[in-house]
Each structure stands twice: as C-alpha cells, then as structure tokens.
Design a protein around this ligand. Structure first.
Ligand SMILES: [Mg+2]
Length: 313
C-alpha cells in the first residue's frame, strides 16, 4: 500500500486542462484560430494541460512534431493518447501480457513500453486501434483469436475518422465487424471511457474539481468529462452544431464557437468562476443523474469511479 501511495504524483493546486485536438486545435492540417495563442498562454502561466486524443495511430513524439508544424510548441509530456491509456490499463490488469494488434506505431509503441509483446499465435488480447493497413487476413486472425479465448479490446469506439477527402472507417467500425463475427463485446477504452479519463487526469495531476475538458464531440469529450465531474467546454469548431445539443441528456458547462474565444473572453476569469462553483461539488456518485444519463457507461464506470474517489478523499 505504501509503495502504491508513493507512486501517486502530488496533485497540482492549479486548474488543469484536457484538450482534444481534431476539431479543437486543428482541422486537417489547418490550425484553428487562437489555438496556438491559447497554448502559449497556458505554458506561460504554467497551467497543467494535456492534449487528449482518441487517435492511437501516432506516438507522443509524432504528435509533438505535427503540432510544431502549426506553431504549437509543446513537449512530449503534453500529449496523452488512448493507446497510452489502453496499454497502461492492460499492464495493471495483466502485467507482461501478449496481444494481437490491429493498429499502427502509436499503439505498438505504447504496448511495448508497458511490457506487452505482440503475439500472432496465442495472444491474451486482440487490441484494435486506428490504422490504414487493415485487410481481410487481419480481420480473420482477430476473429480466430477471439473465438479461441483472447479478450477483445478497443482503443476507442469512434465509428469514423475525418480526412481531407471526407471520412474513413474508424476503430469503432473495425471493432463492430469483429464483434459481429464473434458474438463477443469489446471492452472499449478511449474517450468517453472513465478508464481513459481517469488515466489522463492522473497524468495531469489535478483533482476533478480543478479539471477542465475542452472538446468538440458530445459523445466522447463532453460525456467523458461529465461522467467524472470535470468542467467541460464544448467548442463548435468541430463536429457538433449548437442546434444538436438538445439531443443529449447531458450538457457541457460552457459552449464557445472556438478555442480562441477562451482567450478573448478572459480565460482566467472564467476559470476562477468554475473553480468557485466546482468547490461546492463532491465527487460524482453512482446514483447521480449524470451517471444514469450516461447510459451504457454507467456500469463500466464503477471501478475507475472508485479510483477517483480515492484521489478526492
Ligand atoms: Mg475532436
């Protein structure tokens, strides 16, 4: 127990930010107005923040380089991917395990760093991430391994990925094919899974009442934040229109047109207001309306919620 506590980093006394990238920081290869300035301000004021992405393709270093080309200069430690959350979760659940992987460098690297080996014969897990190299042979292997007892893990359930030409099937679409063929249901990580949100918050080092999620997708960024009692900011520069908000049983804390508005509207004054409001709230309880509204995630959230409760007590 003592060793576990010693491994927990001290919580920051500042507000921390979990920031989605696609639709928030950039669209395709184009940065969104105000993004670079906001990140520069966070760095200057030493606010903790992480770019939190559901894309498992790229490693931290790859993403750092991509951001640098948009004049957003951050360190590798500012990036947290669903591949990292998946690998860390599995390393705790089953240290030194093996996996058949449908995915690319970011996912493979995260698994190796966390003590996992790729196995094409008798893997413990079939892990599915983003990638452009999928073929029928890979799907057939995945189905065979799952039918033989391998556990099916999805790094995220996003059904599609935006591209400059439109969109391509995402990790969720590939997972659905394997689920349909095997009759098994994947354990889905990535946003909005509380497993990933907790892992990111732990990396960020801020408690729920001082954690803010900024994202463009209600079903992932905002739901993930709402479930864990974080403040949430929906930006309308990505895939969500303001008129669609009534379709959801949960609400973001704030809605802005784009991330640049946070600068123009005095980000730090806004943060102070959130902190004052959040200080009146305890950790989310399993019986709260938020958890009921979250639907399918309510059950899966039980374990990480207990984890968060420890951090808040
Ligand atoms: Mg997005």
């Amino acid at each position: 127990m003592l060793a576990t506590l010693q491994n927990v980093p001290p919580l920051s006394t500042k507000t921390g930010f979990l920031i989605d990238m696609d639709g928030v920081i950039y669209r395709g290869h184009k940065p969104i107005r105000g993004a670079a300035e906001l990140i520069a301000r966070l760095l200057e004021e030493e606010y903790p923040f992480l770019f939190l992405t559901n894309n498992s393709q790229r490693s931290r270093r790859d993403i750092q380089l991509r951001l640098k080309r948009m004049d957003i200069c951050v360190e590798e430690r500012h990036v947290f991917t669903c591949a990292m959350a998946t690998a860390r979760f599995l390393a705790r659940q089953n240290p030194g395990g093996t996996a058949y992987v449908i995915g690319e460098g970011g996912l493979l690297n995260a698994l190796h760093v966390n003590g996992y080996a790729v196995d094409d014969l008798h893997p413990d897990y079939v892990i599915v991430g983003e990638g452009k190299t999928l073929n029928m042979d890979m799907l057939e292997k995945a189905v065979t391994f799952v039918n033989a007892g391998a556990r099916l893990i999805a790094t995220n359930m996003d059904p599609n990925c935006p591209t400059e030409r439109g969109m391509r099937p995402g990790c969720g679409a590939i997972v659905r094919a394997i689920e349909a063929a095997t009759g098994r249901t994947a354990l889905a990580l990535g946003k909005p899974s509380p497993i990933t949100m907790c892992e990111a918050a732990r990396e960020l080092g801020t408690p729920p009442e001082r954690t803010v999620v900024i994202g463009d997708t209600m079903e992932t960024d905002i739901l993930g934040g709402v479930q864990l009692g974080f403040s949430t900011v929906l930006v309308l520069s990505g895939g969500t229109r303001r008129s669609e908000l009534n379709e959801f049983a949960y609400r973001p804390t704030h809605v802005v047109k784009s991330i640049g508005d946070l600068l123009e509207r005095d980000l730090f004054g806004t943060i102070a207001a959130w902190r004052a409001a959040a200080a009146r709230c305890a950790c989310p309880q399993s019986s709260s309306p938020t958890w009921v509204a979250a639907g399918r995630w309510a059950v899966e959230a039980a374990t990480p919620q207990a984890f968060l409760a420890q951090r808040c007590s």
